[in-house]
Design a protein around this ligand. Structure first.
Ligand code: NAP
Length: 554
């Protein structure tokens, strides 16, 4: 439907984003009988799984756990084919959900929300949008003459935690004559690496997944590594139909188990409560070896203190360092691949054939921790020491302006025109990761201050959407027009998140959890470790009449 400034269309709710959060939110709003519209920059649903089409893109949560639980019929009818779902399969699943519940009709694709402002006079949100533009960084699309305006009672952001690509501002980037892309904005038509000299910059989850696959066809692959990363084998394999049937026979059991786990995942592996410091190193290594063979995050479940205690962490880290040395044949290359940080303080990566790829003749590892990239040239790139690398393709696997980037790239204004960027000038401040003081009726799905990226995202999304749905239902039933997080509750919540994080080793390294990957970004730990406690707290807040929020009568 077309709208304009003079005659905007009114909705009960506007949802920003049509990834897994956005489409489930849309479904929930429909169930509540509300009118809703979702805006999406891509031309289909899927969010992160729409954009991340890079070779090797795969989820690190098992498929039977990385799917919606809200409809038992949906979970029974969908058949996963692999232990960990690949990007194309997850995208097909999102499309299936959108079709099954007839959600497409309320989503406007290829559209970027540019501005959302709370109108103090009408008490409604005014939301402007414009056509989305280019692939690599369309988050900067300005509100042009085509800007559309609608209004809504509720503004619900479902923008994803890892959706604003971080493309480093390297001199000469526009002069490159080959093909250049970011893993999180990967071209739909793909890239043919055959016979090409390829450079991958970045060795986080995306780079580590892409590197082995690109190496298979590229003439030569040069990996530019700033910080080495720990990686554990995923051991992906086709899913045994009997195993899938067994889970489906009692899916509720798996779902309920997940809700009690720290990361809302891993219902199917054993979480050991013991300390690694209570056993001999040989015994610990035997346990780690068994889990290394199982693959995946089961490794972290070997002992309960790996993520909390430096001495415990060293034991697990040493095990992985040994594995790297065993795998990589050139000892010098192996040493360059060995991390010096605590294991898990940056997001632990699950890999398929990552370290072994460095044994290939056509792969070179370049350490850019000090010898940084100074310039991108028409033919490739140059590092500080003056070395030039001739490249046909450059793949930026350089991550995201995580958790806040996609929100702050929209001009969001609360009461009295307060910009969200100003409210968050010293880092994101939310209550429960769901509400922001000064921004009435705005809900941030998997916002900073909630577990989100430290847990199974689908479980976190469902928990937030259900909570928001219940809250809106409660408001309407009780004649409340607005809900707004209080300053006091927000202050206390931000302190709580920092305190919980301080009990872990997470804050010890320069991760995107802290915003440390983005030059100039305030260093604040953004997600909250500990899913089950968090979900319980949200339930308690609701049961206490939305304690910590101000509810305003119509
Ligand atoms: P990331 O973890 O932030 O890794 C980015 C990489 O690029 C790092 O090695 C980083 O080095 C490097 N880098 C960043 N800026 C650079 C610069 N200016 N110059 C040189 N190197 C630079 O990003 P990601 O790999 O896209 O992963 C982000 C998150 O997405 C993951 O942690 C995970 O949560 C999620 N993800 C999940 C999956 C999965 O489910 N399997 C797959 C992909 C992504 P530094 O370490 O020094 O900053």
């Amino acid at each position: 439907m077309s709208t304009n400034d003079q005659n905007p269309v009114h909705y009960d709710a506007v949802v920003i984003g049509a990834g897994f959060a956005g489409i489930y939110m849309l479904y929930k709003l429909r169930q509540l009988g509300l009118t809703a519209k979702a805006y999406e920059t891509g031309d289909d649903v899927g969010g992160t799984w729409y954009w991340n089409r890079y070779p090797g893109a795969r989820c690190d949560v098992e498929s039977l756990e990385y799917c919606y639980s809200f409809d038992p019929e949906l979970e029974q009818e969908w058949e996963w084919t692999e232990r960990y779902p690949g990007q194309p399969e997850i995208l097909r699943y999102a499309q299936h959900v959108a079709e099954r519940y007839d959600l497409y009709r309320d989503i406007q694709f290829n559209t970027k929300v540019t501005k959302a402002a709370f109108d103090d006079d009408t008490g409604r949100w005014h939301v402007s949008s414009a056509p989305a533009v280019d692939h690599i960084d369309h988050n900067h699309a300005p509100a042009g003459p085509d800007a559309d305006l609608v209004t809504a009672e509720y503004l619900i952001t479902a923008v994803g935690c890892l959706s604003s690509s971080n493309v480093p501002d390297v001199e000469g980037i526009d002069t490159f004559e080959g093909e250049l892309c970011h893993t999180g904005r990967y071209p739909k038509e793909g890239i043919d690496f055959a016979g090409k000299r390829v450079g991958v910059i970045g060795t986080g989850s995306s780079g580590i997944q892409a590197i082995p696959v690109i190496a298979e066809t590229a003439e030569h692959l040069t990996v530019f590594q700033r910080t080495p990363q720990y990686a554990i084998p995923a051991r992906n394999h086709p899913l045994d139909p009997a195993e899938q049937a067994e889970v489906k026979a009692d899916y509720r059991k798996l779902r309920e188990q997940n809700k009690t786990q720290h990361g809302a995942l891993g219902a199917r592996f054993d979480w050991n409560e013991g300390s690694v410091l209570d056993v001999e190193v040989e015994e610990a290594f035997k346990e780690f070896d068994a889990r290394w063979e199982i693959g995946g995050f089961a490794f972290l479940g070997a002992y309960s203190d790996i993520a909390r205690t430096p001495e415990a962490n060293h034991v697990a880290a040493d095990f992985v360092k040994d594995k790297i040395r065993e795998t990589v044949t050139d000892p010098e290359v192996a040493e360059r691949l060995i991390p010096s940080t605590y294991i898990g303080c940056k997001r632990l990566v699950l890999d398929t054939d990552y370290f072994i790829t460095y044994n290939r003749e056509n792969v070179t590892l370049v350490d850019i921790s000090e010898n940084t990239i100074t310039e991108i040239t028409p033919d490739g790139l140059r590092t500080v020491d003056g070395t030039s690398y001739d490249l046909d393709v450059i793949v930026f696997a350089t991550g995201y302006d995580a958790m806040t980037g996609s929100l702050l790239r929209i001009d969001i204004r609360g009461r009295e025109g307060l910009p969200l960027a100003e409210q968050w000038y010293a880092g994101p401040r939310t209550y429960l990761g769901l509400g922001v003081p000064g921004f009435p009726n705005m809900f941030t799905i998997t916002g900073p201050g909630s577990p989100s990226v430290l847990a199974n995202m689908i479980v976190c999304i469902e928990q937030h959407v259900d909570w928001i749905g219940d809250c809106i239902d409660h408001m309407r039933a009780n004649g409340h027009r607005h809900i707004e997080a209080t300053e006091e509750a927000t202050e206390a919540w931000v302190d709580h998140v920092n305190l919980v994080a301080s009990y872990t080793l997470y804050p010890t390294c320069n991760s995107w959890y802290l915003g440390a990957n983005i030059p100039g970004k305030t260093r604040v730990f953004m997600p909250l470790p500990g899913f089950p406690d968090y979900a319980q707290k949200c339930d308690e807040v609701a049961a206490a009449g939305y304690e910590g929020f101000a509810l305003i009568q119509s």
